[in-house]
Design a protein around this ligand. Structure first.
Ligand code: MIG
Length: 660
């Protein structure tokens, strides 16, 4: 049973849907360390309230100052304790040993040293040494989770606000804590079954001819394909809810033609609305007062792909209703699915800051001689214009009648954009069967759409990261997820693509996507067409099982991907396995994720049957006993481990995976 502790006057994010009993505390403790009983092992310190301005309807002064007020939670990590959760983050399944910052960031370089990605999913699970504990920090601003990074045995959570809602529970059973948390946050979004097919995407497809070529070449190669994604170039000058009519004449006919061939087109929608006289979305937004405002009440001017844009204030109900309705422009033309991008929101520059930069540049110009420190300052001036923390403190939202500075609700932006879409798509798409996923997210968004994990790279390490992110995302309610298969940035090689597919064929969202300028990575570009065809057919054979598993996980608040440490709590070896997962209740996967490997060691917590597939109908069946095994696995093969009590049968091109 979860309880909540309310400190100060937190923003209601609508992550939690149910009433949770509140712990009564003096909410005003200031600057003192304090152990609050229901958080048992935690010490809470709430600071900086003295400096908080008492301005009405404003939580902070209307300036770009750093936020005032802070809450620090500290807890000693037990020796053998594992820390799971936090959704989309870097590093392993066990989060111990690193520091993670919830601060949705458009950063395409997911290197090991980074602390923030596109999502903030502040749910932590501590287990494996004494009773398990779960904590959800429901704060939409910046939260730092130092999980044994600064000090090996200390968990420190720093909340950049004096206001917070904390949800906490304890149990002997960590899986129960996940299920109960999920029941509080509401049922996960579930897409239609067609969305479990394979999708091809690439930033750079520009015209109907480009799209047709992709469809044709997949058909020629005999590789099944269910979706082609439209990246920003389908739009007229990157304007949301427009179509470049030169590139896509007769769009509705084209959509219908593709659907006839079994392929749905999935367009992207960006957060920023282009400022352009006569462009209806812009005009309506200004008129309706739907955009984010600066302190002086004028609309914030920022720049993203369309050039200068306004950001819809998705926290405002009226804006959501309006923006959600706009998707109709595309649903009326036969579109049934979307991906929402740039909704951290990503900012290339703000008009105000750009002006400051030019003024400063003038000062540099006047220098007789630039000393080295000035040179560094000069370099920084233009090198750090995008996604600046200071810019996120210069605009405001209207939320439930309150004016809120953006940085304090930053992590809600993608959530509320996707909510705007999801709430309308239920009606706009026939039968409510819409596909929707987002880049930025927060807990609560999982009710409206899924996510993809953003701009990864064609790196072997990101293949492993893909696997490791899945259980944490599931814990936070995000069941419909996947990574850009083959990697977004960088150049994908044939062996990496093959190994990556052997993981992605199990993820609900299954999409090959790549960045502009990278090597082409559509599956027909590689040599081993037969192998790729076999792998994709394996995916289609798995869909009934994956769909059932998904439905059950959504209904029963379960995981699709379960780490072995949670599935086999009394197994010592299982605790440390970071590269194998259960998929549903019947299967385990243990993929190869290193270059040039001919196989790998696999740990079996119990006897299992290995099915080694070369194609749906060509496979080995190898019974294995519990323990460690070296399993050979060519790049053309996929290993599926079937747990005792279940059987896998091949009937035609389908698998039936059932309990005995
Ligand atoms: O600034 O629309 O993550 O999937 O291809 C880059 C172009 C904008 C970022 C997305 C990526 C997409 C790209 N977008």
């Amino acid at each position: 049973m979860y309880k909540k502790l309310i400190l100060g006057d937190p923003i209601d994010t609508e992550a939690i849907l149910c009433e949770v009993p509140a712990e009564t505390t003096e909410s005003s403790f200031t600057g003192v360390e304090k152990s609050v009983s229901f958080l048992k092992d935690f010490t809470i310190c709430r600071k900086g309230l003295e400096t908080k301005p008492a301005k009405e309807n404003t939580r902070e002064a209307c300036t770009a100052d750093e936020p005032t007020g802070e809450i620090i939670l500290t807890r000693t990590l037990r020796g053998r304790e594992l820390v799971y959760g936090l959704g989309e983050t870097l590093r392993g399944i066990n989060k111990r040993g690193w520091i993670y910052v919830s601060n949705n960031a458009d950063d395409p370089n997911h290197t090991e040293d980074k602390r923030s990605l596109y999502a903030s999913q502040n749910f932590l699970l501590l287990f494996g040494d004494g009773a398990a504990q779960a904590l959800f920090v429901d704060v939409p601003g910046k939260v730092t989770f130092d999980v044994g990074y600064s000090e090996l045995k200390t968990l420190e959570i720093r909340i950049a606000s004096a206001d917070a809602a904390l949800y906490y529970a304890e149990s002997e059973d960590p899986l129960l804590l996940i299920r109960e948390f999920r029941s509080l946050i509401g049922r996960s979004y579930q897409p239609p079954q067609w969305a479990f097919g394979f999708g091809q995407s690439r930033w750079g497809y520009k015209t109907a001819a480009d799209i047709r070529e992709v469809a044709d070449r997949y058909a020629e190669a005999g590789i099944p394909l269910s979706m082609i994604y439209l990246d920003i170039d389908y739009m007229d000058h990157y304007k949301d809810f427009t179509i470049d009519e030169k590139a896509f004449p007769d769009f509705p006919d084209f959509v219908a033609e593709m659907k006839e061939r079994g392929i749905r087109l999935i367009p992207i929608i960006d957060a920023g609305v282009k400022m352009e006289k006569g462009y209806p979305v812009y005009e309506e937004g200004v008129k309706g007062d739907f955009f984010c405002k600066k302190e002086d009440g004028t609309d914030l001017v920022a720049a993203v792909w369309p050039g200068r844009v306004h950001f819809p204030d998705f926290l405002k109900k009226e804006t959501r209703d309006w923006f959600g309705e706009k998707y109709r422009f595309l649903t009326e033309q036969g579109i049934e699915g979307f991906w929402n991008d740039m909704n951290e929101p990503a900012i290339f520059y703000t008009e105000d800051h750009l002006r400051e930069v030019f003024e400063e540049l003038d000062r540099f110009k006047e220098m007789e001689e630039m000393d080295i420190w000035s040179f560094f300052a000069f370099q920084d001036l233009t090198g750090s214009i995008n996604n600046r923390p200071e810019d996120y403190r210069t605009f405001f939202h209207e939320y439930k009648g309150q004016r809120l500075r953006h940085d304090q609700v930053h992590n809600l932006y993608g959530y509320y954009m996707t909510r705007a879409a999801g709430e309308k798509l239920r009606d706009l798409v026939p039968g409510g069967e819409y596909l929707l996923f987002s880049r930025a997210s927060y807990v609560g968004m999982h009710r409206y759409g899924g996510i993809w994990t953003g701009d990864n790279k064609s790196w072997w390490s990101h293949l492993l990261l893909n696997l490791q992110q899945l259980p944490a995302l599931n814990m936070c309610g995000f069941l419909f997820c996947g990574a850009d298969t083959g990697g977004f940035g960088g150049d994908c090689t044939e062996d990496l693509m093959l190994r990556w597919l052997a993981v992605s064929i199990f993820t609900p969202l299954f999409r090959n996507h790549a960045a502009l300028g990278t090597r082409n990575q559509e599956l027909y570009r590689f040599e081993q067409t037969d192998t790729f065809r076999n792998l994709i057919r394996l995916r289609y054979a798995l869909i009934p099982y994956l769909y059932d598993t998904f439905t059950r996980a959504a209904e029963e608040n379960d995981l699709i991907f379960t780490p072995l440490a949670l599935a086999y709590p009394s197994d010592e070896r299982a605790r440390t396995v970071e590269d194998q997962l259960l998929v549903g209740e019947a299967l385990m996967i243990a993929p190869v994720y290193t270059q040039n490997a001919a196989g790998r060691y696999v740990y079996l917590p119990e006897d299992m049957t290995l099915y080694r597939f070369r194609s749906v109908t060509d496979y080995d069946v190898i019974p294995l006993t519990a323990g460690d095994h070296y399993v050979s696995l060519a790049t053309s093969e996929v290993a599926i481990y079937v747990r005792p009590g279940y059987s896998l049968e091949v009937s035609g091109e389908e698998f039936s995976i059932t309990a005995n």
